[in-house]
Design a binder for this molecule. Structure first.
Ligand SMILES: Cc1cc2nc3c(=O)[nH]c(=O)nc-3n(C[C@H](O)[C@H](O)[C@H](O)COP(=O)(O)OP(=O)(O)OC[C@H]3O[C@@H](n4cnc5c(N)ncnc54)[C@H](O)[C@@H]3O)c2cc1C
Length: 445
């Protein structure tokens, strides 16, 4: 006989643990299956930038004091384009930078401590139990090879972008083209250049980050278009250093110590799936994995888990929940997920293919350099606190853009060599643009 829970969650990372805590707090019995046995396990492919929306959920989970005690750095971000720096005013909403090696064990421990949550580490889900076509439970095996069967009202796939749960349930996946690779590493003793701000350079079409994290660690990342991958890989560390050396106001890597290997992600197509079907919910990356350039995945993992708990919790806590009511709640969750994230995903995925900025984006970035209110609004949009439509409406933002319109400067190639040879790969001439804007003449590059 299968064991009975109200909810079985596959995946004990950010989304799975958040859903477990918020459902169990409503009085439900929740079982979390996590294939890794080590409670300190963490996701390595992540640059640890948590959006303001994530901070709202951390607050709701009661984790902010623990995260701050562990060194989480409140983040606000300056963004550079060839038009200059966009600096949102101080005191706006912020998220946190905290390494996943620190964050993941904290959130897993919080789940394990929550009455009503049973966290089973070292149990790998292997399939779904169905009755009359509806998902009714999960099968798995523990590390000794012993089989487990759990039946429940709702199965939650919090099992990451490849989501075995979604595949077993036959949930179709939509894939969108991705055109930039990423390499990142952690550094110590790096002197930041714009206070404690996180920094993003959109060198168009490439990009780079500097994210100060907990315990004096700073994460540096570059995201270049896919055509440069082979040359870049010839000398990863050298190419990262060369790339940063050409960025305006970049920190001096020569005076810092690299304390991790580089993590490289060569290809990362956007994947999306319907977030709720009968008996089944998908949260976090299982529902939607989008481009890493904007650092939104963790925030959306936490937020989607919270939306799910809000929709299904009140139905599942009824004395005898009706299947039709449960499935309606799952539909509501799917709609909420779609309404909150689909438009963001559309715009993120559009840029993720590797194109250069379009005229509207150039206008917006050029205007936000000089307009503090637009910079603040852009930060709220980039922080995914408002939708693209809220950002553009009322049309104040558009009017601010239009008032600042000037034809963009020509996009000239510069000779930043990648690989071990000295061949130019056509990196935009951001250094010369900066000199031109301050001195009024060409840099001669
Ligand atoms: C290079 C890179 C950089 C990124 N940087 C950022 C960033 O700066 N900010 C940001 O917000 N996002 C970032 N992201 C995205 C972010 O890492 C993810 O969105 C986030 O980890 C999703 O959390 P999750 O809980 O949904 O899934 P995951 O963290 O992927 O967790 C899935 C869990 O499911 C478990 N699991 C899988 N299958 C099974 C099974 N069969 N049985 C049991 N357990 C199973 C796994 O072991 C894992 O613990 C980045 C991603 C990449 C690739």
């Amino acid at each position: 006989m299968p064991e009975m829970s109200d909810v079985v969650i596959v995946g004990g990372s950010l989304s799975g643990c958040t859903a477990a805590i918020l459902l169990a707090r409503q009085g439900l019995r929740v079982t979390v299956l996590e294939q890794h046995r080590d409670p300190g396990h963490y996701k390595r492919a992540c640059t640890h930038y948590m959006q303001p929306g994530a901070a709202v959920v951390f607050d709701r989970l009661g984790l902010v004091p623990r995260l701050e005690a562990a060194g989480a750095v409140p983040n606000s971000t300056d963004l550079w384009t060839r038009y200059g720096w966009i600096r949102p005013p101080d005191g706006g909403p912020h998220g946190y930078n905290i390494r996943r090696s620190v964050l993941d064990p904290i959130i897993r421990e919080a789940a394990a401590e929550t009455p009503g949550v049973e966290l089973r580490l070292g149990v790998k889900a292997t399939g779904l139990i169905r009755e009359d076509g509806r998902v009714q439970g999960v099968c798995g095996t523990d590390h000794t090879g012993e089989e487990q069967q759990l039946s429940c009202h709702v199965v939650v796939g919090a099992d990451g972008r490849h989501s075995p749960v979604a595949s077993w349930a036959g949930v179709p996946v939509k894939e969108k083209k991705h055109g930039r690779f990423m390499y990142f590493a952690s550094f110590e003793d790096l002197v930041l250049t714009r206070g404690s701000r996180s920094l993003i350079w959109l060198t168009d079409p490439d990009a780079a980050y500097v994210f100060p994290n907990d315990n004096g660690i700073t994460v540096l990342a570059v995201m270049l278009t896919a055509d440069k991958l082979a040359d870049f890989r010839q000398d990863i560390d050298g190419n990262v250093r060369r790339f940063f050396a050409h960025l305006p106001d970049a920190p001096d890597l020569g005076r810092a110590r690299r304390v991790s290997d580089y993590v490289g992600v060569p290809h990362y197509p956007d994947l999306s799936r319907r977030a709720g079907t009968p008996g089944l919910a998908l949260v976090g990356d299982a529902a939607l994995t989008t481009d890493y350039l904007w650092g939104v995945g963790c925030g959306w993992a936490l937020e989607s888990a919270a939306w799910l708990a809000d929709e299904i919790g009140p139905v599942l806590t009824q004395p005898t929940p009706e299947t039709t009511d449960v499935d309606r709640a799952l539909q509501r969750y799917a709609r909420r997920h779609h309404h909150a994230l689909a438009a963001h995903h559309f715009f993120i995925a559009d840029l993720a293919g590797g194109r250069v900025l379009n005229p509207l984006e150039r206008l917006m970035f050029a205007a936000a350099v000089h307009d503090e209110q637009l910079a603040s609004s852009l930060a709220r949009y980039g922080g995914r606190l408002i939708t693209p439509w809220q950002f553009l409406s009322p049309p104040r933002s558009l009017a601010a853009c239009a008032s600042r319109w000037a034809p963009p400067e020509r996009h000239e190639p510069a000779s930043v060599p990648l690989g071990r040879d000295t061949r130019s790969l056509g990196i935009p001439a951001y250094a010369s643009v900066r000199m031109r804007s301050t001195s009024g003449r060409r840099s001669g590059r």
